[in-house]
Ligand binder design. Structure first.
Ligand code: NDP
Ligand code: GDP
Length: 326
């Protein structure tokens, strides 16, 4: 029988890639679409999936709209990808972050419990919950949490709520603790995309330099297209569980810049300017994930290297900027 999925955050990076994957697998896909004053569907258009899905108006902070969406879609699987997902913004809008990223997940769980507790639930947890504490240089499912931003704290609330609904109400609630994952569809405020966009603009002569904050921070960066496969696989298991999804390689922001600039024959040192406005009140210095459990239980591993990812992003930004200039 045709499987149905409901995705919150469908207009985001992961929402677009997951939609493509589920359509390829024969799913009917529904998405919760938050009301905005301008269109937000460009990523769905970029992956050629807009028009092949059904969008239902609703917001994570309005539980009645989630109940309504579930009643319309009657999904087998519910993927909660919606969030205020940018760490930097979470200090400027901590309450909004708590409401959408934290309480929003609880609203989804409550809606499932009320309407149909058999619906499988995926929660987009994050490596930011670990906080990159120096005593835990490699993070797995058993590493203690120490979030370092309102975003991390909100995600930890959502994470534990999902586990509690699993244990209390027997809801099939999965948590994917995903490390940073990027793509040409990544938001421009995140450091990889900020860098690849700047590289394209500098190469094409329309930008002079690139202002960044802490370039010694280390991240375990993977490709979003690989990571949505892990989400899907978690939901196909017999039992709900928590999995770390990562590449197992960590790189400084500095070295990531090096890769991006080098690809177009430029030296990053000639363009990167350290700008205190991009420093954060608290930094997560080192993220490096151990995804052995996902490999063993889901048969999942990251397929795309950082070099492949960054060159894919630079290529797409070169194309976009060249088009803008025409
Ligand atoms: P994006 O920021 O690209 O997408 C966020 C999505 O959430 C958008 O569709 C946005 O809608 C939607 N949204 C925001 N607020 C609300 C709200 N109040 N009601 C309904 N929808 C809302 O995130 P990603 O795709 O990169 O990430 C997907 C999920 O995974 C997020 O929860 C993120 O926190 C988490 N995550 C991401 C990681 C990463 O490296 N990408 C790592 C670990 C976890 P709109 O377009 O209208 O703004
Ligand atoms: P995060 O891991 O979810 O916070 O993803 P980001 O891509 O926003 O940030 C990754 C790392 O890059 C963090 O340690 C940031 O402090 C660091 N960084 C350095 N300069 C910048 C910048 O200009 N913008 C962003 N977004 N991050 C920066």
């Amino acid at each position: 029988m045709l499987k149905k999925a409901l995705i919150t955050g469908i207009t985001g990076q992961d929402g677009a890639y997951l939609t493509k994957l589920l359509l390829e697998k024969g799913y009917k896909v529904y998405g919760l679409l938050a009301r905005r004053s301008t269109a937000t569907t460009w990523r769905l258009e970029a992956l050629d999936v807009f028009g092949k899905i059904e969008l239902i108006e609703g917001d994570l902070t309005d539980v009645t709209s989630i109940i309504r969406a579930i009643e319309i879609a009657q999904p087998d699987e519910f993927y909660n990808l919606g969030a205020q997902s940018f760490v930097g913004t979470s200090w400027k809008q901590p309450q909004l972050t708590a409401q959408s990223t934290g309480l929003g997940a609880l609203n989804c769980l409550e809606a499932i419990r009320i309407v149909d507790s058999k619906i499988k639930f995926y929660q987009a947890s994050t490596s930011e919950m670990f906080g990159g504490m120096p005593e835990y240089p490699l993070q797995s499912e058993t590493t203690p949490f120490h979030p370092r931003s309102p975003y991390g704290v909100s995600k930890l609330f959502a994470h534990w709520m999902t586990i509690n609904y699993r244990e209390s109400f027997d809801i099939f609630g999965c948590c994917g603790i995903l490390f940073n994952h990027e793509s040409p569809l990544r938001g421009i405020e995140f450091v990889t995309r900020k860098v690849t966009d700047a590289v394209a603009r500098i190469k094409l002569g329309v930008q002079k330099d690139l202002h960044l904050g802490n370039i010694d921070a280390k991240r375990d960066w993977g490709f979003a297209g690989d990571y949505v496969e892990a989400m899907y696989l978690m939901m196909q298991q017999n039992h709900p569980d928590t999995y770390v999804i990562a590449t197992g390689r960590t790189t400084t922001v500095r070295d990531m810049c090096k890769i991006a600039f080098k690809y177009v024959d430029l030296e990053y040192e000639n363009y990167v300017v350290i700008d205190p406005q991009f420093y954060r009140p608290a930094e997560v210095e080192l993220l490096l994930g151990n995804a052995d459990k996902a490999k063993e239980k889901l048969g999942w591993h990251a397929k795309t290297s950082l070099e492949q990812l960054i060159t894919m992003m630079v290529d797409e930004d070169l194309r976009r900027v060249a088009e803008e200039l025409r």
